[in-house]
Design a protein around this ligand. Structure first.
Ligand SMILES: Nc1nc2c(c(=O)[nH]1)N[C@H]1C(S)=C(S)[C@@H](COP(=O)(O)O)O[C@H]1N2
Ligand SMILES: [Mo]
Length: 315
């Protein structure tokens, strides 16, 4: 496992990033000394934040050199309505979720529909670490080192038919373990969707971990989407099903408030949310607000997907 990191980080932004890097180095060297038989428990014991350590390559193609948000904040300030509508409940309530065994159902316009065990998916894909910004529609943002694989690779594997124009994603529906689902604050299961070219874009990640460890439950274990140029709610958590379709999926948020949450939901400082401006955001941990960038700073990579579209209409 070779992990490389950028060195050009301003000293004011070092703390968490440096600590994390040191922990990874320490883990890599310690693991090298032990036999495969003892690797698993030791690996868990050494994982810096309490989760199982993942093996991955670093992919810094899309990296930002901005400071990482601390592990503590990423895992204690969440939106995950299945576990409560406030930011602090998911960290507590999500621990009740059983994430193993887990399977993903592939349905709709594909040549290879069916259920795949997460274990088998992971055998077929090399994990990468990618540092992405996540911008919530509620005007806060974080920088997170995700571990995952390209959604494009999974899509190619199941061979979509020519009718597949969109993908609909579905979260687990299990009120026995998801206390938030006992109230109808949203229509369950949580649904999200992407256009096929958005789903195939190299930035689009199926994430199984963060900070080098297996995904914390409050962040969407064991498998979630990360689409960094869209508002956070598009990055659906704890996915159990993906359906290939010729119709634009209707997301849970669009259903509950169509004027507020459109299908595209690209981060756009020019288009206000009906109840607030989207021009600025607070990076969690910062005191001052910063300007929100078009497509959350990923315009160079994704603006061409929307060439010719009126993004005020298709918000
Ligand atoms: N299933 C499901 N996925 C979800 C949500 C949710 O309530 N349920 N919230 C979304 C919202 S609004 C945001 S901002 C991000 C938050 O991800 P994080 O808690 O890992 O930072 O998850 C998104 N994915
Ligand atoms: Mo969000």
């Amino acid at each position: 496992m070779l992990i490389k990191y950028k060195q050009d980080i301003p000293s004011s932004e070092i703390t968490d990033y440096e600590v994390y890097k040191e922990r990874r180095k320490f883990m890599a060297s310690s693991i090298g000394l032990v036999s495969a038989a003892t690797l698993m428990p030791l690996q868990s014991a050494l994982a810096g934040y309490g989760g199982k350590a993942l093996d991955f390559n670093k992919n810094n193609t899309f990296d930002t050199s901005e400071a990482l948000t601390s592990y503590d904040k990423i895992t204690n300030y969440n939106n995950f309505y299945e576990f409560g509508t406030d930011k602090y409940s998911p960290a507590k309530n999500a621990q009740a979720l059983t994430t193993d065994p887990w399977s993903l159902e592939i349905a709709g316009e594909v040549e290879k529909p069916g259920k795949i065990n997460l274990e088998d998916i992971l055998k077929q894909h090399t994990l990468e670490e990618r540092i992405y910004r996540l911008r919530c529609v509620e005007r806060w943002s974080m920088v997170i080192p995700w571990t995952g694989f390209s959604l494009a690779a999974l899509i190619k594997q199941v061979k979509p038919t020519s009718k597949a124009k969109y993908i609909q994603f579905e979260t687990l529906n299990r009120p026995a373990e998801m206390v938030g689902q006992r109230r109808n604050v949203l229509e369950w299961p949580y649904i999200e969707g992407l256009r096929m070219d958005e789903a195939m874009h190299p930035l689009t990640l199926m994430a199984v971990g963060l900070y080098g460890e297996e995904m914390p439950k409050q962040n969407g274990a064991p498998l979630r989407l990360v689409v960094p140029w869209k508002y956070g709610f598009k990055s659906i958590k704890s996915i159990v099903k993906i359906t290939f379709t010729d119709k634009e999926p209707v997301s849970s948020w669009t259903k509950s408030a169509p004027r507020e949450y459109g299908f595209y939901s690209n981060v756009n400082p020019e288009v206000d949310h009906p109840r607030w401006s989207q021009r600025k955001e607070r990076r969690i941990g910062d005191f001052l607000k910063r300007k929100t960038l078009p497509f959350n700073g990923y315009a160079e990579q994704v603006a061409s997907l929307y060439a010719g579209m009126d993004l005020k209409k298709y918000f």
